[in-house]
Design a protein around this ligand. Structure first.
Ligand code: DOR
Ligand code: ZN
Length: 358
């Protein structure tokens, strides 16, 4: 039996408000607990998107009623909401996990193509609160330049390419305040795996950033020391949606991240200390998260089992890792003194989760 701290996933899509047939704060935080995660930070590309006090309240009220683990909610950077420091609005960023900026192609309406739209967000968003950029390749280079110009920290979401990890390494060596995360699907899958994931439905292989080449994946593993966090980018879409003519991009990940990474620990590709650093110590520091006293995760490190969507708590009903043999299973999660998950059962009631900015 291994004991881990309550793990943190700084990048999840819980689909509330607006698409609760895919996931909501109840099913999403249940999936998190089953995955050994006690804090999730939810992205703002919902319907409507979370970008002002009213929409933030929508999400936070739902979370307060339903969440079974602790949570934070990002606000999204839009073309017209960069006046963060105007009177009456200063309090808003303090209630949010951070600011999410979509600088590249994504799912939903929040996208800032024009760099003049980025500038006021970098100027006005409080420097002690996190900015997370969805940026790929050259737009990531631009986001790093913005971190340098405005001299403030920027966290790059889901890096997937060799050029990205090498650029972040070089930027950090020059003192630029850039941190980053990588998702399990960009560490364990390449684009060669798309046919096997797809089962004849090419939409199942769609994800942004796209699955990359073996050379990219090898570069991520070789440069793990540059990567601050492991994050799922848990992006549930139902199997019917994935198999439709217009498949939305995204993979679920909350219930598979830990078994996949524990398998990598078993294979000596990773140490347990590095896993704890990237799923607890670093995200706690980067996102300025509170302590969770009397909180831990018990893992049976010897349990060999098969990943099966039919056993998962996410509402989306599928996983790109279907049938994979993994070693390491979450047995029990204790959150703030209460057993929240044990032997496959969620025991924390809806509403037990606390807002990390509350
Ligand atoms: O694959 C993705 N899915 N990438 C994104 O940027 C958004 C996400 C989603 O919300 O489904
Ligand atoms: Zn995302």
């Amino acid at each position: 039996m291994i004991k881990l701290p309550g793990l943190i996933d700084p990048h999840v899509h819980l689909r509330e408000p607006g698409a609760t047939h895919k996931e909501d704060f109840d099913s999403g935080t249940s999936a998190a607990l089953a995955g050994g995660i006690t804090t999730v930070l939810a992205m703002p590309n919902t319907k409507p998107p979370i970008f002002d006090a009213e929409t933030l309240d929508l999400a936070l009220n739902a979370a307060k009623q339903k969440a079974r683990c602790d949570y934070g909610q990002f606000v999204g950077a839009g073309p017209a909401n960069a006046n963060w420091n105007e009177s009456g609005r200063e309090a808003l960023p303090l209630q949010a996990a951070g600011l999410k900026m979509y600088l590249d192609s994504t799912f939903g309406e929040l996208r800032l193509d024009d760099m003049t739209l980025w500038m006021p967000h970098f100027e006005n968003y409080p420097k002690n609160m996190p900015i997370v950029a969805h940026s790929e390749s050259r737009s990531m280079a631009a986001a790093i330049l913005f971190a340098a110009i405005y001299d403030r920290p920027v966290h790059i979401a889901h890096i997937s390419l060799k050029e990205e990890v090498l650029l972040i390494k070089a930027a950090r060596e020059r003192g630029i305040k850039v941190t980053c995360e990588v998702c399990p699907h960009h560490l364990f899958l390449t684009k060669e795996d798309i046919p096997a994931i797809s089962h004849g439905h090419p939409g199942r292989g769609e994800v942004r950033p796209r699955l990359a080449t073996k050379e990219d994946v090898d570069a991520l593993w070789r440069n793990l020391d540059v990567i601050d966090c492991f994050a799922t980018d848990h992006a549930p879409h139902t199997i019917a949606e994935k198999d439709s003519d217009n498949p939305p991009p995204g993979f679920p990940g909350l219930e598979t991240i830990l078994p996949l990474l524990l398998t990598a620990v078993n294979d000596k590709r990773l140490t347990l200390n590095v896993l704890i650093e990237k799923m607890y110590t670093n995200p706690k520091r980067i996102f300025n998260l509170p302590d969770q006293p009397e909180t831990w995760v018990e893992v049976d490190e010897d349990s060999i089992h098969e990943i099966k969507a039919s056993e998962q708590l996410t509402r989306c009903g599928w996983t790109p890792f279907e049938g994979w043999q993994v070693k390491g299973k979450v047995r029990k999660v204790v959150l703030r003194g209460k057993t929240a998950f044990e032997d496959g059962k969620i025991l924390a009631p809806a509403g037990y989760g606390k807002n990390v900015r509350g």
